[in-house]
Design a protein around this ligand. Structure first.
Ligand code: PHE
Length: 446
């Protein structure tokens, strides 16, 4: 006998938790530097186009799968498609381990940088010194792992609290806090003297820098950012009561996710231009370039501490959502208690985080085909496993389960959705074509 499934306490709580999943390091750490490297607003426009077409379609498809079955990804696919399709859910659960292995490492850095900023340990605007500090810190053996362990502990503590008392309660506090912090920092950044070139960079699209690679990175970014392809949306959808309007909730969540990504770019890039740094500094943009920006503004320590707190909060609600599908699977399918399941899964993730963290230090030369363990986990998750997961959801809902999906999405015909046919064809053809191109390109150029 299955115990009654827990549900979200309110629509607001559900939206905060789900937006919390979507809004993460992907929006605040990755998006600004990707936009910086890929021609600013041209990249942003392509990303928006992918989000409103494939992105929204896949989020709705996953949520419907979860709500109908009231199960974790494995159970959901098994209930509707049988044993073979259950493997698609299994891939999702596995992807969670792969993502968390590197996600907690970067999230640990944000915690450490919060402490460095608060303690005024980065009082220089010289990017070379800051670069040395960054590679020195991440290259150490124990401190980054210690930070990752604290982060994993916080994540596990929230997840162990359960859906309502853990995830929903934490999200209802952390997400509004995140929005406030973000607005404060954007206001600071765009009013810095010399911010205009940064704003211009963001507002005038430079399509000459757009290549097929730009389109592909924008697509991968859209998937990662919306938490599509590993069953997070299936799992969070499975805690939904029947009567929720999925299309409307999806729209709100996607708008919040996109809004935060664009605001993060507005927060980071004008500041980078204001102090004359290079916007295409890549992954180091947040950890090297931004401390230089903070060092050269009044009350920089305060703003710097707030910025890394913002990053840590965003990462925390996302990490919670990456852990939850594994827990839901262990609880639903194997009757394991939530606490025990959380502890076991977190320990496995931490074990995987060890080589990921050491990839920047003692294991930096231990590469396979030129990639460290960290690079491999990142590459596999973003460029192979998440897209593949998205492909399986799209094909399943589009080809095998289209009629019931439409019935459920419209709440048994009570919602009038004129775009249902477009939704199904995006899932049938549009998303698979885009995904196959993405994976093919990623694998052939890596
Ligand atoms: N969407 C999260 C981010 O932008 C990452 C994530 C990926 C979360 C996949 C859940 C599942 O950081």
């Amino acid at each position: 006998m299955l115990a009654a499934r827990e549900h979200w306490g309110s629509r607001f709580g559900f939206i905060m938790a789900t937006a919390g999943s979507a809004i993460g390091l992907g929006n605040i750490w990755r998006f600004p530097y990707m936009a910086g490297e890929n021609g600013g607003s041209a990249f942003i426009l392509i990303y928006l186009a992918v989000v409103v077409t494939f992105g929204i379609s896949l989020v709705m498809a996953e949520m419907v799968l979860g709500r109908v079955t009231q199960r974790n990804p494995v159970g959901a696919f098994r209930a509707l498609g049988g044993r073979g399709w259950a493997l698609a859910g299994g891939l999702g659960v596995l992807t969670g381990f792969v993502i968390l292995s590197f996600y907690v490492v970067v999230a640990g850095w944000t915690l450490a940088y919060m402490v460095f900023m608060a303690g005024n340990q980065l009082p220089t605007a010289d990017p070379a010194v800051l670069g040395g500090h960054f590679s020195g810190f991440v290259g150490r053996t124990f401190s980054p792992l210690f930070a990752a362990t604290i982060f994993m502990g916080l994540t596990a503590w929230i997840v162990a609290g359960g859906v309502g008392k853990g995830i929903e309660r934490a999200s209802k506090v952390l997400m509004p806090l995140l929005f406030v912090l973000l607005l404060v920092l954007v206001a600071r950044s765009v009013t810095l003297p010399g911010a205009d070139p940064g704003l211009a960079f963001l507002l005038t699209p430079d399509f000459s820098r757009v290549t097929i690679d730009t389109i592909i990175s924008a697509t991968a970014q859209a998937f990662f950012s919306l938490s599509i392809g590993m069953g997070v949306m299936i799992t969070y959808g499975s805690y939904l009561p029947r009567n929720v309007n999925i299309p409307r909730s999806t729209l709100i969540i996607v708008l919040l996710d996109v809004g935060v990504a664009v605001l993060a770019a507005l927060m980071v890039l004008p500041a980078v231009f204001a102090v004359g740094l290079d916007p295409s500094a890549g992954p180091g943009l947040t950890f090297i370039t931004l401390p230089a920006v903070f060092a050269s503004m009044p009350f920089g320590n305060l703003f710097g501490t707030l910025f890394f707190a913002l990053l840590a909060i965003a990462a925390l609600t996302s990490a919670v959502s990456i852990l939850e599908p594994m827990i839901a699977w262990a609880v639903d399918e194997h009757g394991i208690g939530r606490g025990a399941a959380t502890l076991a899964a977190s320990l496995v993730c931490l074990l995987l985080a060890i080589p990921a963290s050491l990839s920047f230090g003692p294991l930096s030369d231990a590469t396979l085909a030129g990639k460290t363990f960290f690079d491999w986990m990142d590459f596999l998750a973003n460029n192979v496993m998440l897209p593949l997961g998205g492909l399986l959801v799209a094909s399943f809902v589009g080809w095998r389960w289209a009629k019931p999906a439409c019935t459920h999405l419209t709440n048994d015909g009570t919602l009038r959705l004129p775009w249902l046919t477009a939704w199904i064809w995006l899932l049938r053809v549009g998303a698979p074509v885009a995904i196959v191109a993405l994976v093919w390109q990623a694998v052939s150029t890596s």
